[in-house]
Design a protein around this ligand. Sequence first.
Ligand SMILES: Nc1ncnc2c1ncn2[C@@H]1O[C@H](COP(=O)(O)OP(=O)(O)OP(=O)(O)O)[C@@H](O)[C@H]1O
Ligand SMILES: [Mg+2]
Length: 243
Amino acid sequence: MTEELALEISDVSINFGGIQALDSVELAVAKGARIGLIGPNGAGKSTLINCVAGDLRPDTGSVRLFGESISGASAPSRARLGISRTFQNLELFNAMPVIDNVTAALDVRIRGRARVSGARSRAREALASFGIEKYADLPAGSLPYGIRKLVELSRAFVREPEFLLLDEPVAGLSQPEKFLITLVEGLDRLGCAVLLVEHDMPTVKSLCEYVYVLDTGALIAQGTFAEVASDERVVAAYLGAEA
Ligand SMILES: Nc1ncnc2c1ncn2[C@@H]1O[C@H](COP(=O)(O)OP(=O)(O)OP(=O)(O)O)[C@@H](O)[C@H]1O
Ligand SMILES: [Mg+2]
């Protein structure tokens, strides 16, 4: 059963100097599934993403990726298992051209000319899929926020992940609908699972078949978008009465 899961989080807790950022969280993502993670500011969403990607170690609990326990594994070794992520606060090399930012995500160890040019053509394809290939030779730091978000996403996609962690990919984009269409095309092509953290509810509603809701570190609801959106605790803690 476990090998059908891309991700299985069990009893994960983490405390930062008295702040219980995650409190016994249980969450699963089936292979190829599109799962949402929502909740108010400070709920622990990015902390959970960091615990899965290996950028943080939980105090207790276990994280399994594709059926393997990865609790002790580094971020790079988790990436080699097929996981890619984006950061809420973009982590680009601002002085480097966009194309080099994306090529760097491929981790080309062998320096042969064919390998490098192969990596660059894959990077160009990834940029083209998000409609931003015309920025390839410009320094990433010189571009508007919305374009940098798409560069970050190109970095995640160029690795052809089996499981993608997205931390607020839509925030700051002027055309989230257009972005979503491209994202879904990419996920379909790769058969890739996704765990999406997002405050933009139309995006969560249209992408995610199942949604978890965190509040002050604890899960307060889970179900389809319609189910959680009508849950009294979710309305009170996050969505407000107008939802
Ligand atoms: N490295 C850290 N050291 C100390 N406290 C932290 C650290 N990272 C997060 N926190 C705290 O943990 C809690 C959860 O933060 P987190 O960033 O996971 O929230 P979030 O759900 O992603 O919020 P947002 O929607 O604003 O991005 C917050 O109270 C935050 O201040
Ligand atoms: Mg966050």
